[in-house]
Design a protein around this ligand. Structure first.
Ligand code: DGJ
Length: 479
């Protein structure tokens, strides 16, 4: 257990005692010129200085002169990649659309993800690498390359291809101190992570350097170098849902890389990595984790989350929650404020879905089912109210009713049927064992059957660890 997980675990019973509930995020914002901001507010919509939503998902960052550039996916149909700039990482100005559907015939029906840009000193070109698919077909699994001599001006799209014939999906670039550049991408249907050295002009792959962690299904890679060590952060593959981020370290991009280690919370504070941005100031260099909080029903509405990455020693990365963040660009220091969420979501290990009242009454008026994650859905929100060490009532937020021994909701009573023992597992997940019946909350469904009631059954400590039908995560709803 990491230090931060240990602190959160100890604080867990306090969730119920903490501050008032927060509102669900709003959808599109009306463009409105805003006052200059001084802090990054996580969970809120990020607007540019004209008051429009920032469209730079799966993005990357690059410092050019006095500006930081933020380049990412624009999910508003016609534009594919947009570019913003800022001097303070808080107030961003839209500078242009770098790739549109009209940039090249190959882009007319393309789905472009995770564009990243680096600069080639020799050719004086900005070079963009990205993940290329066709809107209706996710089996292309190609990398694509584009260039421009001006980072703010439309890029020339060159081509899409599979590096050395390898599938290539989630990706990133890393430019080393000596100018050698690497392309990192998920391959073999996302089972493995490949590292390629690029040619001197950065337009092609020169050599496949490594295949990392075969079979471990990592995606969303982000690399940073700190001191002697390279760090690579990745997520697991769960579509658009968050999962446990892990990192590895090495003294060379060519490896050997360490084993993967957990960082942050089990759901990575409801994000998936996209970049690690070093901020070099006069006093220190800070590291900013940038993650996407995806909204797959409206991609443009996905949030950006910025968190400080710190290092407990040369090889130990630490990521903690921050509600607000400010960066002193002169010194390079980051200051963060964190509010521990009071509400949580309850995620099933077996289905990956989140507990909420059944939406179909015929399956039981008070029964509980499990549904796909929706950050805006109040009916996936719960509060744990401790009743003693390891025991708690579990209140459903919108209805104010409590989870009981029938795996249903009932009005508050004094019965032990509404009291649950939270049995923590070593991986941060838990089992919920009813105090009255001694039975555990359980789930039994095929993955696409949300409207099936949960039930309670004999507690089984050794239930299959991977596909655990009694495994649940009490996941704080980070706002
Ligand atoms: C997660 C990836 O990281 C995203 O970039 C996107 O490819 C989705 N998977 C698609 O399900």
């Amino acid at each position: 257990m990491t230090k931060s997980t240990a602190i959160r675990t100890r604080l867990a019973p306090l969730w119920a005692l903490l501050a008032a509930c927060t509102l669900a995020p709003s959808l599109e914002v009306a463009a409105q010129k805003t006052e200059a901001k001084t802090t990054i507010v996580n969970g809120a919509v990020h607007t540019d200085i004209a008051g429009n939503l920032i469209n730079a998902h799966g993005g990357g960052f690059l410092k050019v002169g006095e500006y930081y550039y933020w380049i990412g996916e624009n999910r508003h149909d016609d534009v594919l990649v947009s570019c913003y700039r800022s001097k303070d990482l808080v107030n961003w100005e839209l500078r242009g659309d770098l790739l549109t559907r009209q940039s090249n015939p190959e882009l007319a029906k393309a789905n472009i993800e995770r564009p990243k840009v680096i600069y080639n000193e020799a050719t004086k070109q900005f070079v963009m690498w990205m993940h290329y698919e066709i809107r209706t077909d996710y089996s292309y699994a190609r990398a694509a390359v584009a260039t421009s001599s001006d980072i703010e001006k439309p890029f020339t799209y060159l081509r899409s291809f599979r590096p050395f014939d390898n599938m290539s999906r989630d990706c990133n670039l890393f430019k080393d101190d000596d100018g050698t550049a690497y392309f990192i991408s998920s391959t073999r249907e996302n089972r493995d992570m490949n590292v390629y050295e690029l040619t001197a002009d950065y337009l092609d792959v020169k050599e496949k350097v490594l295949t990392l962690w075969p079979g471990s299904q990592r995606e969303a890679p982000a690399v940073v170098k700190r001191g002697r060590y390279y760090f690579m952060l990745t997520s697991f593959c769960t579509g658009w849902d968050p999962n446990q981020a892990k990192y590895a370290f090495a003294t060379s991009m060519r490896g050997p890389w360490s084993a993967l280690k957990n960082v942050g919370s089990p759901m990575s504070f409801d994000t998936q990595p996209t970049y690690i941005l070093p901020i070099q100031g006069a006093k220190t260099t800070s590291y900013l984790y940038v993650g996407d909080r995806w909204d797959p029903s409206q991609y443009f509405n996905s949030r950006y989350i910025f968190l400080p990455l710190t290092f407990a020693n040369d090889t130990t990365m630490v990521m903690e929650w921050a509600s607000k963040l400010s960066v002193d660009m002169k010194s390079g220091k980051l200051s963060a404020k964190a509010t521990t969420p009071k509400q949580l979501r309850i995620k099933s290990k077996w289905t990956g879905a989140y507990l909420a009242p059944l939406r179909t009454a015929e399956n039981g008026a008070n029964a509980i089912g499990n549904y796909r994650l929706d950050y805006a859905k109040e009916d996936q929100r719960w509060v744990v109210e401790p009743t003693g060490k390891d025991f708690a009532r579990i209140r459903h937020v919108p209805s104010g009713r409590y989870l009981d021994d029938q795996a249903a909701l009932s009005d508050k009573n004094k019965d032990d049927g509404q009291v649950w023992k939270i049995v923590k597992q070593s991986d941060g997940w838990c089992k919920l064992v009813n105090k009255k019946s001694g039975k555990a909350l359980s789930i039994e469904r095929s993955r696409n059957k949300s409207d099936e009631k949960l039930f309670t059954t004999a507690f089984d400590e050794k239930y299959d660890q991977h596909y655990d039908k009694q495994g649940f995560l009490l996941a704080p709803a980070y706002e």
